[in-house]
Design a protein around this ligand. Structure first.
Ligand code: GMT
Length: 375
């Protein structure tokens, strides 16, 4: 099949999933065309089956806001015609499903019918899309999609609760490549980050409010009072400065390292002992899954789809949002002896295997095939 993928090319989970999906589809023989404003961060090499088309928005002074949806839908029309695309797969409802629908309608005028698959990732539904400003456009774009998928059962429930949806929603969970992280966990160069007797605790995110960065710091503060530990903070975002300030106030600057954005997540997770994800909302929690595949147990909130990934008492522990004391206690419970930590590490990788790319990508292929038959 020839598949056009529209996504955000940044470090966010939706862009990562869309990119990894495209790469996996190309390896399975499909021709994949990424259409976005920048080459996706995880898309290293292009080849005869992976193409990248940049959406340019001409900077015209008359426009106060440059019309990205217009540029994207026009670009989609050109790409779909030129490359005879079979399926349009858009990740994130706004504005991608909206622009995709416009492209579909323009093509219909020329007798070209391209089915659109829309994958909902979370923030487009729970945080941004449900705002009254956007709600009608989001409902409309979802209802006009030929196939709608959500990355967790929880997100499906939220979508049906928050919007007026007439479409069936298929749950296709996010995935990871078990083989790609099949490295030797003893050869992780952890001595670069911590002393031998210290546990390494990691948090990775875009440091937005929804991630509750202050909780990460507070949980770590309590843990390091009980056992020797270091905290690695990976990512960039608006909450970073306040977090650094809090670390200073607590007098733990020598134990916390802010590493910024990284393309070497697996290397960092390889020497991590515990992952913290205390988010306010999380449709899936791809970062938790990436930790688990690297044998890192997860201490998280029980928000949204996280319980579908992090299994309480098995791969880590779940607490109510904001319950720092419970999170710290659970973290200490896992970290305080090697045997318990080993059990949680093994469980984390074993449970992550359920989300192996080889199990999940065929689910998308089946949906593509089904919609093409009914075209
Ligand atoms: O979490 C973010 O801030 C990024 C966001 C995105 O839109 O890329 O992530 C969402 O999609 C990911 C991939 O499906 C999910 O793993 C995240 O849980 C989800 N984030 C939220 O729901 C807050």
């Amino acid at each position: 099949m020839k598949i056009a993928i529209v996504c955000y090319p940044t470090f966010g989970g939706s862009g990562v999933v869309a990119t990894e999906l495209g790469i996996a589809l190309s390896k399975r023989g499909h021709e994949v065309h990424f259409v976005t404003y920048k080459q996706p961060v995880r898309l290293a090499l292009l080849n005869e089956r992976i193409h990248f088309h940049e959406v340019n928005v001409p900077d015209y002074p008359l426009f106060h806001y440059q019309p990205y949806e217009l540029a994207l839908s026009s670009k989609l029309v050109r790409i779909i015609k030129k490359h005879k695309i079979d399926i349009l797969h858009v990740h994130y409802a706004i504005p991608h499903a909206y622009a995709g629908y416009m492209a579909k309608e323009m093509l219909k005028e020329e007798g070209i019918h391209v089915p659109m698959v829309t994958t909902l990732h979370g923030t487009d539904i729970t945080l941004v899309g449900s705002h009254p400003f956007y709600r009608p456009a989001v409902s409309f774009s979802i209802n006009k999609s030929d196939v709608v998928t959500s990355v967790s059962e929880s997100l499906k429930t939220d979508t049906l609760r928050l919007f007026d949806i007439s479409r069936h929603i298929d749950v296709v969970p996010n995935f990871i490549d078990m083989e790609a992280t099949n490295h030797e966990f003893t050869d992780c160069q952890r001595d670069l980050m911590a002393h031998e007797n210290e546990r390494i605790i990691t948090h990775i995110s875009n440091f937005r409010k929804v991630k509750r960065i202050q909780d990460v710091i507070e949980v770590f503060y309590r843990v390091q009072l009980e056992l020797p530990a270091k905290l690695l903070m990976v990512g960039e975002g608006p909450e970073r400065e306040d977090a650094e300030q809090r670390v200073k106030e607590l007098g733990i600057e020598d134990k916390v390292r802010f590493l910024g954005n990284s393309n070497e997540i697996d290397k960092i997770l390889c020497f991590s002992d515990l992952f913290l994800l205390p988010s306010e909302a999380e449709s899936f929690g791809l970062a938790a899954l990436e930790a688990m595949v690297n044998e890192v147990p997860v201490i998280s909130s029980n928000a949204g789809g996280i319980p579908e990934v992090n299994i309480d008492g098995v791969t880590g522990y779940l607490s109510n949002v904001g319950n720092i004391a419970d999170m710290a206690q659970n973290a200490i419970r896992i970290l305080h002896d090697d045997k318990t930590l080993r059990t949680f590490k093994d469980n984390a990788r074993r449970e992550a295997a359920k989300f192996d790319i080889h199990n999940i990508v065929p689910l998308y292929e089946e949906l593509y095939e089904k919609v093409l038959v009914n075209k």
